[in-house]
Write a protein that binds this ligand. Structure first.
Ligand code: SAM
Length: 354
């Protein structure tokens, strides 16, 4: 049985098979897999593309991740923090435009205590009825995750970054551990969040064997969402001279993940669109079904510099959305005014357990 057929039928490959799929990929295989990925996404979600309004709430961070431009060691980073009022205003503006999910993302900023976040989350839910709140605020305690869930947060994105402990060491300072990252992910899932993991494609030191391990991890963890995007170097980090990850490989992996998990929520990320000006379209045509337009106030966007050249669409949110709708329509998709929740399907590991 060909590897693609096996993946499609059993939703599983061995690590060696994933590695082979990656290293032996050809343009023909890429096209074949992308067409299959589109078909599988359509069978679950139709031609709908879900939008998430991204709010980059702070670039203060207590962590020193070696790849990240807002890490605490970067003295050149111009730090900012949105006020709760600014966050609420941006969410309300997004709601008027048709956004039904807001993603609060930021560095690990201790100013955002559980009390402050719980208040922000519950106020968004009050003022934007029916909208979902996704958090992407890094590692917190189990109690904190529980408290924010009880305040109304629906989803949590926490990329695992790499499923290989030695590779994790290479990318992070000693006080950040692979074990804690994994424990956080398990905790989030157990609490009931729709949980997202993910990784950078082409991060320093990454091999095809590492990627195969990432794919095996995704199979086993069975997340509701998965965020992958190319690594892009940032001038003030120790990885400034490292090559950027490939948009082509990112798209290939999007297709692999879609065929492996037909109902997963899979964004075409900003990093992919930064690496390749056609990245958003290529991501959707590879099986992605989520786009996360930036709703942060323009001054904040400029300072949320995870990597160099980050595209955030300098225009106002309404203008960007119009452009996005046209772009999606031109390739046969419709932007949905919908929370865009994960759809459970029979046979899925999460089926009935959420
Ligand atoms: N602090 C939170 C966390 O750790 O999950 C959320 C913010 S963090 C900046 C969001 C993601 O940005 C990370 O999980 C990482 O994969 C990605 N990222 C950071 N630096 C990057 C870079 N140089 N290139 C591409 N992606 C990067």
């Amino acid at each position: 049985m060909s590897l693609v057929r096996k993946l499609d039928e059993t939703h599983s490959l061995t690590a060696g098979e994933y590695e082979m799929l990656i290293t032996r990929r050809t343009p023909e295989l890429r096209e074949h897999l992308a067409a299959l990925a589109r078909e599988r996404a359509r069978a679950v979600y139709g031609n709908r593309i879900f939008i998430r309004g991204l709010l980059e709430i702070s670039n203060h961070c207590k962590n020193g991740c070696y790849y990240c431009g807002i890490n605490r060691e970067n003295k050149a980073c111009d730090r900012y923090r949105l006020t709760p009022e600014e966050i609420l205003e941006a969410a309300e503006e997004g709601f008027q435009l048709g956004f039904r999910t807001f993603v609060l993302q930021g560095g690990e900023d201790v100013w955002f205590t559980d009390d402050r976040l719980a208040e922000i989350i519950s106020t968004i839910k009050e003022r934007c009825p029916g909208a979902a709140v996704t958090l992407s605020l890094g590692e917190r305690s189990p109690e904190s995750y529980r408290r924010l869930y009880e305040a109304g947060a629906d989803r949590y994105l926490l990329r695992h970054e790499t499923a290989d402990p030695a590779h994790y060491r290479l990318l992070h300072p000693a006080e950040l551990s692979f074990e804690n990252r994994m424990a956080c992910l398990r905790e989030l899932h157990a609490i009931g969040y729709q949980t997202g993991c993910g990784f950078m494609v082409g991060s320093p030191g990454q091999t095809a064997a590492h990627l195969a391990r990432d794919l095996r991890f995704i199979e086993a963890f069975s997340p509701e969402m998965c965020g992958i995007g190319p690594f892009i170097p940032q001038a003030e980090t120790r990885f400034r001279e490292e090559p950027a990850g490939s948009a082509e490989l990112t798209c290939f992996l999007l297709s692999v993940i879609r065929v492996m998990k037909p109902n997963i929520l899979l964004p075409a990320t900003t990093a992919l669109n930064t690496r390749d000006p056609e990245g958003r379209v290529k991501g959707i045509l590879s099986g992605a079904n989520v786009v996360m337009p930036n709703l942060s106030p323009p001054a904040a966007r400029e300072k949320y510099t995870l990597y160099d050249g980050k595209r955030s669409g300098g225009r106002e949110a309404a203008e960007n959305l119009k452009q996005l709708k046209n772009q999606m329509r031109s390739i046969g998709y419709e932007v949905a005014v919908d929370r865009g929740d994960f759809i459970k399907t029979k046979g899925d590991k999460n089926y009935g357990s959420l």
